[in-house]
Design a protein around this ligand. Structure first.
Ligand code: NI
Length: 227
């Protein structure tokens, strides 16, 4: 499932992020890529332990916690600490690749399965040319380029690329989610059922039928979730 999360970050968040990014020191993005991805990857990243990276990551994690859409669409078990990358100049693209299936968390003690990939756009589309995130999966190929503060989630299984940035810089935050529900198909069913229930309640209020269907939602989640 590919889904946009509009307005994940507030204008205040974006303002704070751009202040932090003004003085940030970037490093080569290859340090966090697997062996196939390393060949395709040509961008920059903020070092994980820099102040800007840590504060923006904390801001994004806070926004995810408050996003009902993110929670229902991903059913998160664990979220990989967000990283920040930049495309522009001679480090301006990331060719076709699939993200590593399992990632080591920074503390080296835990691993996370990358069921879902997420990109949060920190630059506005007017600030750069190119830089589309192209995602190829069962839904066909989709090109994504969103306003600053908006995010996209897509299956970790997909082949994807970031097309060359030919003007300006594209700065984004990226991370992965291990979901309580491993299967993309099951997650999609739960998501569409939850959204339909939300709409039913808005239209008709609570009823015996919405209670029963909510029960079915939770019983499916109970059957499929691994906590
Ligand atoms: Ni990737």
């Amino acid at each position: 499932m590919l889904l946009t999360l509009p307005y994940l970050l507030s204008p205040q968040d974006l303002n704070a992020a751009s202040q932090l990014l003004k003085f940030a020191a970037w490093s080569d993005g290859k340090d966090s890529a697997g062996s196939q991805a390393r060949l395709a990857k040509n961008n920059q990243q903020l070092p994980r332990d820099s102040e800007a990276a840590q504060r923006i990551a904390a801001m994004v994690m806070g926004a995810l916690d408050r996003s009902a859409l993110f929670l229902t669409a991903t059913l998160p078990k664990r979220v990989f600490p967000p990283r920040i990358n930049r495309y522009g100049g001679s480090a301006n693209h990331y060719g076709d690749h699939v993200d590593s299936a399992v990632r080591q968390m920074a503390d080296r003690r835990e691993r996370l399965r990358t069921d879902i990939s997420c990109t949060v756009f920190l630059s506005d589309p007017e600030d750069y040319d190119g830089g589309e995130l192209c995602i190829d999966d069962t839904f066909g190929e989709r090109q994504v380029k969103l306003p600053a503060g908006h995010a996209v989630i897509y299956p970790g299984t997909s082949v994807h690329q970031v097309r060359p940035v030919t003007r300006g810089h594209r700065i984004a935050c990226f991370f992965w989610v291990e979901s309580m529900v491993r299967s993309d198909e099951q997650r999609r069913l739960l998501y569409s059922m939850d959204m339909a229930l939300l709409r039913l309640r808005q239209l008709h209020g609570e009823s015996a039928e919405t209670v029963a269907l909510t029960g079915t939602y939770h019983n499916l989640l109970r059957m499929w979730a691994d906590t």
